[in-house]
Structures are given as C-alpha cells and as structure tokens.
Design a protein. Structure first.
Length: 106
C-alpha cells in the first residue's frame, strides 16, 4: 500500500484524519517502549517521540464479512529486524483471534 511522503507534520495529520480517523474500518496503533515513562510523560509529545518504535493498524475491517487486515506497519529503523514487529503483530492477531473469521496483513 503506497503512502505519500509528508513534507510537514500537519500534512501527515491531515492525511491520517482523512484516511484513518474518519474511516470506521481503520484503527491505528502506535508502538511505544514505555519503560521509564511516567504518567506525566505520557502527555508530553517530546517524551513520547523518544519512546516511539513504530505503528500498525487494523484496516479494511468489515463486520459484514467478519474480516480485517493488519497493515500500515511502520517500524522505525533502529528497531527493524528486532522483536518489535513480531510482537506487535502477534498482539494484534491475538486480539482478533475470536472476533473475526478471517485475518490478513498487507
């Protein structure tokens, strides 16, 4: 699934608003390493950006078809080829184990 290059944070936010937040078939998750993160830090964007590992999403979900896809997987370069993606994808698959008949990732 091709994604455009975003020249600004605002352009990214606008795209995500239209693509993910307004589409009930999408649910975006971010992957964080919360080790050492306090409750107060969770509301601080500067602190969050330092513990961000990547993101992934449920996409194209359909109640009528009892199906969904795991997609839009982005793992930041320092965490690629580590346990991060396998664990995050595993958690999302486990959450849907009993809810849907068909799971896929794109």
């Amino acid at each position: 699934m091709p994604w455009p290059d975003f020249p600004t944070l605002r352009a990214f936010e606008e795209h995500m608003e239209l693509k993910c937040r307004q589409d009930p078939g999408w649910c975006l998750f971010i992957i964080l390493n919360k080790e050492g993160l306090t409750k107060e830090d969770e509301a601080n964007p500067d602190k969050i950006s330092k513990v961000l590992l990547g993101n992934l999403a449920y996409s194209n979900s359909s109640t009528a078809l009892s199906s969904l896809e795991i997609g839009f997987i982005v793992i930041l370069p320092p965490y690629q080829r580590t346990h991060v993606s396998s664990h995050a994808i595993g958690l999302l698959m486990n959450c849907t184990r009993h809810a849907k008949r068909r799971r896929a990732w794109s």
